[in-house]
Design a binder for this molecule. Structure first.
Ligand code: TYD
Ligand code: MG
Length: 452
């Protein structure tokens, strides 16, 4: 089987070594030396001798390339389709990362069970029985879903050749092991080699492959950064394990936008797609509480009404505490400084806590105005009216700045029954007779005057 030549390379400077060592002699970096395959026999990739085709790729004129054939598979999951940009591209490699226990295996098993194609779910982590038990919790069943528990890539490819699946799911890349490399599963060289073999398989057979990837303590996908360069799409499954919502985002997508967001709800019977997130993310409260404000944000192409909660209280210790969940803490400090300097609020001696409900992280600048409004409301202990919402960015000099696609935000607010939306004076609106009242603001003082 072997007859493979490997050598050890420094990942930092590229120097080659005959055997592994801790420090690179050339650049003096530690732990950068990794085994790589430098020569392997022709027949040693994913195919066996018999199926090897002699086709060598030839250059084609760009307008000769045929794109009329369907190049995307519908995953039958509206959220995943949206994040991928309309289905999974044939021959593509997708990497799904996420914290342990967030639901990666559940999501992909659920998709494998729903697909009307022949799917192969390869698990190196759980036994066939365990997977069957999980599948029983998630109802929809596909009679064409095969489960394989295997970690050696050569054996996986052997099964793939007899089964010829339309889509392959691997749980997880860190458990795979290729015979051509000595290193243990999960090491940089194994991950690289296994991914290379899978890419070759995917491209040559036009079969989409989805990989699950573990993440490290600091939230990056474990293994070499190069893994993210090798695959076509990197998806991240995130959310708070104690919250029911899970968010699927694309960090890299060669075939679509990376702005889209998929929202799921973890239930006893698998993940449910959330198609009307705004209605869920706004807490339905009866009594008026200060410090709550609702923002009309956009995630990708989708408008999302999000509730911001702030708590401003007198600092007990000398240094006031500032903490933000789901919102950039530096941006919160900037907004507090603007409120202090431009609107004369003395917030320097106060603790400020900010929370975006639902465990979501927002980076749309349009949430600024709602953040400011919730802080003002909590600071003065005056509840805001329940039927108002906000959509504008706040600048350093306290100016209320316009945001993109304001019409869409206004329409979403109107649809959900809001009476008033506060936006920037500089946003041009081309909506005809909106029912909702639109309040235009130019400076932060305008907001203070109209709310308090
Ligand atoms: P899992 O998919 O095993 O996570 P990962 O592969 O990302 O490590 O998810 C496990 C969690 O999901 C576990 O805590 C139980 C929960 N879960 C449900 O709440 N409902 C379900 O139907 C399933 C299958 C799991
Ligand atoms: Mg798992």
């Amino acid at each position: 089987m072997r007859h493979v030549k490997t050598a050890f390379f420094c990942q930092n400077c590229g120097t080659q070594f005959a055997k592994w060592q801790g420090q690179c002699n050339a650049c003096k970096q530690w732990n950068t030396i990794v085994e790589e395959v430098i020569e392997k026999p022709e027949k040693s990739d994913w195919k066996t001798e018999t199926t090897r085709t002699k086709k060598t790729p030839i250059p084609l004129l760009i307008n000769q390339i045929d794109t009329t054939k369907e190049i995307r598979l519908n995953t039958h999951d509206a959220e995943l389709n949206r994040v991928l940009g309309g289905g999974i591209v044939l021959g593509s490699l997708t990497l799904l990362g996420g914290e342990p226990g967030i639901g990666k295996s559940t999501l992909l098993l659920q998709i494998a069970l729903r697909l009307p194609y022949k799917t192969l779910y390869v698990s190196g982590e759980e036994s066939q029985k365990q997977i069957k038990m999980r599948a029983e919790r998630i109802h929809p069943s596909n009679n064409n879903c095969y489960i394989l528990t295997e970690t050696k890539t050569q054996n996986i490819f052997k099964q793939i050749q007899t089964l010829e699946p339309d889509i392959v799911i691997i749980d997880s890349i860190q458990t795979l092991h290729s015979d051509y490399i000595e290193a243990s599963s999960g090491s940089i060289s194994q991950i690289k080699e296994c991914t290379t073999e899978l890419i070759k398989f995917a491209k040559e057979t036009a079969t989409p492959v989805i990989l699950i990837g573990h993440i490290t303590k600091d939230g990056n996908i474990a293994g070499p950064k190069i893994l993210e360069h090798m695959v076509d799409t990197v998806l991240q499954f995130e959310g708070d394990r104690n919250h029911i919502f899970r968010i699927l985002r694309a960090h890299k997508n060669r075939f679509g936008s990376t702005k889209e967001l998929g929202i799921y709800e973890m239930q006893g019977s698998g993940l449910r797609e959330v198609s009307n997130p705004s209605e869920i993310l706004i807490s339905k409260k009866d009594d008026d509480l200060s410090g709550h404000a609702i923002s009309a944000t956009l995630e990708g192409m989708r408008p999302l009404m999000i509730e911001v909660q702030a708590l401003v209280s007198t600092a007990v210790y000398g240094t006031p505490q500032r903490s933000a969940t789901g919102f950039n803490a530096k941006r919160l400090n900037m907004l507090l400084a603007v409120l202090e300097k431009r609107a004369g609020f003395r917030l320097a001696a106060k603790d400020v806590f900010l929370n975006i409900t639902g465990g979501i992280t927002v980076d749309d600048p349009a949430i600024d105005l709602a953040v400011v409004a919730s802080i003002l409301s909590s600071n003065e202990d005056v509840p805001l009216k329940k039927d108002i919402c906000f959509a504008a960015e706040v600048g350093l000099s306290g100016e209320i700045r316009p945001v993109q696609r304001i019409e869409q935000r206004i329409m979403e607010a109107e649809k959900l029954g809001f009476n008033t939306i506060y936006i920037s004076k500089y946003n041009n609106i081309s909506l005809k007779n909106p029912v909702i009242t639109i309040e235009y603001l130019a400076k932060i003082e305008d907001l203070v005057n109209s709310l308090l």
